[in-house]
Write a protein that binds this ligand. Structure first.
Ligand code: SF4
Length: 107
């Protein structure tokens, strides 16, 4: 293969990859909420509900509290890959198995 043909193919692959990246981002939806995000800290959000400090958040203590997850919160709407939307945290996705102190049961 000549150098110019190799360069042409490499450029084509790079352009294709560049064009593909935005479509992947759109398909993935909003970014996942990070526990370090100020709103996550304010709400005591943990993406793994089993790691919630129940001394600080007694709402999730005991047998009843242990059943609380984002995926059974009234503010959650399921998405893809175990993530979903939360009306309390617009523009971010939360983990279905997460939890925060704003959890409310579905009616
Ligand atoms: S309000 Fe509900 S869905 Fe939103 S982060 Fe808290 S527990 Fe999860």
């Amino acid at each position: 293969m000549t150098q110019s043909r190799r360069d042409f193919l490499n450029t084509g692959v790079a352009l294709w990859a560049t064009a593909l990246i935005p479509s992947i981002s759109i398909a993935a939806g909003p970014p996942e909420l990070q526990e370090s995000d100020p709103i996550a800290i304010a709400l005591g959000y943990k993406k793994d509900a089993s790691t919630v400090d129940t001394t600080k958040y007694p709402k999730r203590a005991g047998a009843g509290g242990a059943t609380q997850f984002c995926n059974n919160c009234a503010l959650y709407s399921a998405g893809e890959n175990g993530l979903g939307g939360c009306t309390a945290i617009p523009g971010k996705q939360v983990a279905g198995l997460g939890w925060c102190n704003a959890w409310i049961p579905m009616s």
